[in-house]
Structures are given as structure tokens and as C-alpha cells.
Design a protein around this ligand. Sequence first.
Ligand code: OKP
Ligand code: ZN
Length: 320
Amino acid sequence: MKLPIIYSDKHKLHAPPLEIYDDLKEEYSEKPERIEAIHKKLTEEHFGEFISPLEFPEEVIKSMHHRAYVDFLSTRSRNLKEGEVLYPSYFITDTYIAVTPGTYTAAVESVNIALTGAQKVLNGEKLVYSLCRPPGHHAEERSMGGYCFFNNASIAADMMSKKGRVAILDIDFHHGNGTQNMFYERSDVLYVSIHADPALKYPYKTGYLDEVGKGIGLGFNKNYPLPLETGDAEYLPVLRRALQEVQSFNPDYIVLSAGFDTYEKDPIGGFKLTVPFYEAIGQEIKALNISTLVVQEGGYAVDALGDMARNLLKGLSFTS
Ligand code: OKP
Ligand code: ZN
């Protein structure tokens, strides 16, 4: 049985030229080549079977994002003329984000990719890869930020939570402030994240150890901030502790927010993980023997993304 990989080329409709960083305009790191590099590598190696996403009603997005925000993004994006780029001032947490005429369509498609994957896992697939772009884990109920518009993993996890217990494991280099916020006061979805110390790296405002959930959600949020320069050897025991946390929650499903910006040569990261190590990460997760939806988040070293994705999936695969 081949690994289902949910993919669409509509992400290419979102390709802003520049991001604003501390008042400087820089090349937009979150570019279409990222997903195309992974698509190319997995195609060449006949790794998995590419499947187009289904369409889901916009109401599903509005069940996790405030409708005023969704409508704002939809209107602003679709009112732009070809070639125009908007740096919004509202419903936004930082300046990295740029909106183009195709942004809304691409962001909706990215959610569809996650939801199509979620549905497959609910229907009994043990492992599915949702090749989402734009990424999602920084998107909050009412705001875009950090290259993210809609929180693909959270929307998928919420849908899956109606059928069982869901643990979200976020291994992107950056803390998933959006995902944490969405489930902060819920006990039916666990959020566990391993990321760079937010005192030093984006998103700065969240990702600290003392954020442990609130109200009924107390104890169902767990952050593992790590120092810069963290390598394979230091990462592994932390991953194992995080996985113990996941295991003791006894989930029916895992949603893995997978970022490859923990890689040693990532241009915006700061850890030192090696390409082969992603297979070990996959194996550790697979050892829990829980159905897993992999949702693509960040990772900006375009030339190595295909190898990292393949290694992670190889480690996660039950067949090979
Ligand atoms: C999104 B995801 C580089 C600064 C980039 C923004 C980080 C957003 C990361 N000029 N800072 O979690 O990979
Ligand atoms: Zn990241």
C-alpha cells in the first residue's frame, strides 16, 4: 500500500516577492520552490501516491478562525489586481506576511490538503502526508503571521477530535503560537511542541515552559524550548520525553506539524540537525504505533527539503 500524499499546485498562486523584517525588505523565504522540491524528490523516488485535495466548505475554516478575519483576508486578497502585493495592517501578528491576489485561494487549498489527509486517517490510513503550503501553525483565531494564514494542522486536528483523542506534536523550529492558542483551554487535544527558545527566536511572545494550558485545558499544553545550536544528540532525548507525554495522553491520532527548519543549514533556523536524523525522528514517532497525519509547516533550505521529507516519511512508514 502506497503512502497517500495530498498535494495541489494551487500553492503557487501565493508567491510574494518580499517580506518586511525589522523595517528591511528581504526575499520572501516561504516560497513555492519549497513544496515543489519535495514534490519532485518524492515523485522521482516513486515514494507514495499523489492525491488531489477535496473541497471543504469555508464554514470549516470559520469553525476555528473568526469569520471577520476570514472575510477580511478573502476580500483583501481577491480585490488585489494582478501583481499587487498587500502588507496588511490588521488581523496580523507581525510583518513577514504579504498578501497577493492568489493568497486566499492558496490558503484555502492548504486547509483542504490538511482536511483531506485528516479524512483519510479517520478512514483507517495509518500514515498520510499533507503537503500544505502556506504553512499554518502561527495562524491564530483572528490573525495571520509568520507566513501562515489558516491553521491547517489545528483545523484538521479539530475535525479528527470529533472521532477520537488527538495529540498534536509540533517539531517545526518555531513555536506554534497559533496551534497552542487554539487548544489552550481544551483537554481533548494535547499540544506538545519542541522549538527554539522564544526569547531568541520567532514568535518571541509564546513557547515558554510555563505555558501549560488553562482551565479545563490545564496540563494539556507542553513546551520544550531548546537552545540554539541544538544537534541530533541533544534533540533525541527531548523528542523521547515529548513522545512519552504524547503516549501518556493515550491518543487515537497524532497530527505531526512537521517543519524542516531544524536542519543545520536552514537559512532562518538555528539548530544543527542533520539530514539522516529525520529518519530517526520518524522511527521514534512510529514506535508509538498511532495513526499519524503529517502536516507540512516550515523548512527553507530548498535543496535539502526533499531528502529530509523522504527520510522522515521513511522512518514513519510501517511498510518499508
Ligand atoms: C514560519 B514557520 C527571516 C526572519 C523570519 C519569521 C519566521 C516564521 C517561521 N528574515 N522570521 O514556523 O517556519
Ligand atoms: Zn518554522
